[in-house]
Design a protein around this ligand. Structure first.
Ligand code: DGL
Length: 278
């Protein structure tokens, strides 16, 4: 039995996102849990998820999970905030392995950080209209007031690589204006792409506002979950030839360029698959 558990522990963790943004979560898992192998899937053919319906995101998420299962994963991280907000609760009941998203861990940190109990959440339109960040925050502390704002232009601006551009700064100024007026002291970066705009958002919001990146806490929660289930990898995996596998549904070259600009090492091999087959 012990042996069985141990060999399962050496299996990879499946991480998925609508595209490249989830690499900010994968990067954090690599940093905090260096023994864990990762199979990453970015749905680059069907990004963005943030403007799509719940039914569509559920269908996509189910397909991706079926694909990740073919890679023998032992647990799944829904690195996409939109899929975490719209699909995770239903999917959790359908699969026989541990699965976590990014919304709950992000909400937890926000409640821990806020002092004046005024929290801002920025995310895609779908995540904001799901109301899930607000629900999770309020479930932990009903006295916290949550101010939400969808920032749909941030994703294409980040994908374009305009991280320090004056156009992006102007867009950010407009989006963040009303949150600034609400006197929030904590702001959740509730979309995979937003941590890449952290410096700009931080400058606009000012030092008195704590920025929460759910990726960090998600990696912490993953570590705890794997330990609890007896699935945490020991350092045997470090000798594996391939620790990280990357799959996309389209535009592998573009993905590679982006990945190499944010990961601490170079990746060469990215496989393209037809996700509609799953
Ligand atoms: N990954 C998505 C999220 O975190 C952002 C990109 C998209 O809209 O698909 O919500």
């Amino acid at each position: 039995m012990d042996e069985q558990i141990n060999s399962r522990a050496l299996a990879p963790v499946g991480v998925f996102d609508s595209g490249v943004g989830g690499l900010t979560v994968a990067r954090e898992i690599m940093r905090q849990l260096p023994n864990e192998k990762i199979v990453y899937f970015g749905d680059t053919a069907r990004v963005p998820y943030g403007s799509k319906s719940k039914e569509t995101i559920l269908r996509y998420s189910r397909q991706i999970i079926r694909f990740l299962k073919t890679k023998g994963v032992k647990a799944i991280v829904v690195a996409c905030n939109t899929a975490s907000a719209l699909a995770l609760e239903e999917i959790r009941d359908e699969i026989d392995m541990p699965i976590i998203g990014v919304v709950k861990p992000g909400a937890k940190v926000a409640v821990e950080k806020t002092v004046n109990k005024r929290v801002g959440v920025i995310a895609t339109e779908a995540t904001i209209s799901s109301g899930l960040y607000t629900d999770y925050i309020k479930a932990q502390d009903a006295d916290v007031t949550v101010y939400s704002k969808a920032c749909p232009l941030f994703v294409p601006l980040v994908e374009e690589g305009w991280l320090k551009d004056s156009v992006t700064e102007e867009v950010a100024r407009r989006y963040l204006e009303e949150l600034k007026e609400q006197n929030i002291d904590t702001l959740v970066l509730g979309c995979t792409h937003y941590p890449l705009l952290r410096n700009m958002i931080g400058k606009l919001m000012g030092d008195e506002v704590t920025l929460v990146n759910p990726a960090y806490e998600t990696a912490v929660s993953l570590g705890e979950l794997l330990e609890e289930k007896g699935l945490a990898a020991g350092n045997e995996n470090r000798y594996a030839s391939e620790m990280y596998d990357f799959y996309v549904s389209d535009a592998a070259e573009k993905f590679k360029k982006f990945a190499n600009s944010i990961l601490p090492f170079r990746i060469e091999n990215i496989s393209q698959i037809n996700i509609e087959e799953y």
